[in-house]
Design a protein around this ligand. Structure first.
Ligand code: PMP
Length: 392
């Protein structure tokens, strides 16, 4: 049967990472993969997480199976983190622990296919490279809508124009904050308009929030999600603890369905559990137990997360200042307003390849760079290189 398998190309991001690792130049810079890096190029385990793991090593009594929905206390804390401690919508939420943000997206894809099999899911262009494959694997039809910067936020008129064909019950996937790969986030007015558009056209938003805390702060970054939940009867949400708790390989996230009424919750939960059950049975307990201790030490967590966000903001600002001083085209200054770790450099694939071959600076051919991969000491070199390839 193996001869029937399709021949697949290597994943572009991991392929480029292998190329980076083989590059002998000491000054090389890895701006490829979407993980936070510190000044030493490391992706550190948060101190608050290390303390939690030590505590668990002492106290964790059993590895016996856990409920299908995962850790109930973790699910409740995540629901509050996403919707706000005092939200009146908390009682409308069905939340299930998932295997990272990716697991949440796939579970919701399968959930949509079950509940609304003819739905089209609309994803952003440019967008996260795994969105389309995930939803297509769930059997959904996927179409793109444009995600372009406007004076204040995103070009909502262009979005609404391109969604002319969207039908009631279709799903509109929106990045909750820190759009991957563009860094362009909607303004408060944009969110209000998007919510009104979804209400008028009976679209169901799916808010993918993988970088909560990397934009303006943990609660600030959910403002858009809140606006949608306040306005609409049904909102889907996938959230990841990979970045904001640094739990990447421990695979922690949630899928949340904010239902039209409390009575829909039991049925929704049962279906979400069943989708997980027929795939991996139950999500991992260890990462959820760690996260519960992190929630208990929230002040320390927030302080560590603030330091991460401030480092990325500093690098972003310094890069823009240096590019300006070096006379790079004005289009690079758009990077100043971007949120989170990513931006798309206004460079062609050929220019991105030149950045790699001539300067050892590795970003994707699409222009995507991870700002956190820069080091303060290398900013001047990086800006010189970018300005040079931009000029040719
Ligand atoms: N959504 C977006 C927009 C992402 O960028 C990512 C990956 N960083 C994910 C979801 C998946 O998150 P996870 O690594 O937790 O599976």
């Amino acid at each position: 049967m193996l001869h029937l398998l399709p021949t697949l190309l290597p994943d572009p991001i991991w392929g480029l990472t292998a190329e980076f690792q083989a590059d002998p130049r000491p000054e090389k810079l890895d701006l490829i993969v979407g993980v936070y890096r510190d000044e030493n190029g490391q992706t550190p385990t948060l101190d608050v997480v290390k303390a939690a793991e030590c505590q668990l090593a002492e106290t964790a009594a059993t590895k016996a199976y856990r409920p299908l929905a995962g850790n109930a206390s973790f699910n409740a804390s995540m629901t509050r983190l996403l919707l706000g401690d005092t939200s009146t919508e908390l009682e409308r939420a069905a939340t299930i622990q998932t295997v990272g943000g990716t697991g949440a997206l796939r579970l919701l894809g399968d959930f949509i296919k079950l509940a609304q099999p003819a739905a089209t899911i609309w994803t952003t262009d440019p967008g996260y490279i795994n969105h389309r494959p995930i939803f297509e694997t769930s059997g959904l039809r996927v179409r793109d809508y444009p995600w372009r910067q406007s004076a204040e936020g995103i070009d909502v008129d262009l979005i609404f124009h391109c969604l002319a064909d969207a039908r009631p019950g279709d799903v509109l996937l929106i990045h909750g904050c820190c759009h991957n790969p563009s860094g362009i986030d909607p303004s408060a007015e944009d969110w209000t308009e998007i919510a009104a558009f979804c209400a008028k056209r009976e679209l169901v938003p799916l808010v993918d929030i993988a970088y909560q805390g990397f934009g303006d702060g943990l609660s600030e970054d959910t403002a858009g999600l809140h606006r949608l939940v306040e306005t609409l009867p049904l909102v889907l949400c996938s959230a990841s603890c990979s970045k904001n708790m640094g739990l990447y390989c421990d695979r922690l996230g949630v899928a949340m369905v904010v239902a039209p009424e409390e009575r829909a919750i039991a049925k929704t939960m049962r279906n979400l559990e069943n989708l997980g059950r027929t795939n991996y049975s139950m999500p991992p307990e260890h990462s959820a137990a760690v996260a519960n201790l992190v929630f208990n030490a929230k002040a320390q967590w927030v302080a560590e997360l603030d330091a991460i966000r401030n480092r990325v903001s500093y690098l972003r600002k310094e890069l823009c200042d240096t590019l300006e001083r070096q006379g790079a085209p004005a289009s690079f200054q758009a990077l100043r307003r971007h949120k989170g770790m990513f931006s798309l450099l206004p460079l062609s694939p050929t220019q991105m390849q030149r950045l790699r071959s001539e300067y050892g600076i590795y970003g994707s051919d699409t222009g995507r760079v991870n700002i956190a991969g820069l080091r303060a000491a290398d900013l001047s070199m990086a800006a010189t290189a970018i300005a040079d390839v931009a000029a040719r």
